[in-house]
Design a protein around this ligand. Sequence first.
Ligand SMILES: [Zn+2]
Length: 236
Amino acid sequence: MESLVLRQTDYGDHDKIVGLYTRKHGKISAFAASAKRSQKRFGSALDLFSHITANAISPAGQGKTLWRLQSIDLINPNVELRKNLTSLAYAGYFADCVWNLLADEDPHEDVFDFLIQCILELAKPQTLSNLLHMEIELLQLCGYGPRFSECVECNNPISSTKVFFSFSRGGVVCSTCTRNDQGLWMPTQISKNAEAVESEKDFLAVRSILDKFVTFIVGRELKSQSFRREVHHASV
Ligand SMILES: [Zn+2]
């Protein structure tokens, strides 16, 4: 089955458990026997973000979720991605979003294709607005698309100079629809241009909203969020 390697952990002295996002079965975890001890069997094909065809046996028995990896064919190791820390940080964050926002074995071919496309794109230099655009589209495909342009409740355009982004309602709400809710205020001007930001300052304003929104949905901050933030601050 066509897959992307999104996670990898050592298991004991010899083995590994890998998290795969597959086109046909959605996200699965698979046991890779001897993957740690012997490079021969799987080689570098289990490196993060490798695009592979995995031959795996589905779990047998009720309540069992771990697949067994038999062999792998490498489609694209995506090595270019690993040469740039910002690209790697974004790929890690996108992988974490897919892993945490979607349920086990719940396939979404559109998410799979988009993630492959993001990983290929991230190997090349990206503008700030491109990065936001990718992130917003990925969240949308996962069922959590944030709405920045008009009120999520009444669809009216926002006329005030500041607007409230509600985390539970997944978007901006106008002053008539604002209730006591978890969220953040942001300048309407930035909200209207959320996917077409030009300045570093506006980018960080939208990023901050998205970060807290994703943390709200997942219920905790993802490690890849703080890592991406550190990398961003180190690179400017
Ligand atoms: Zn409204």
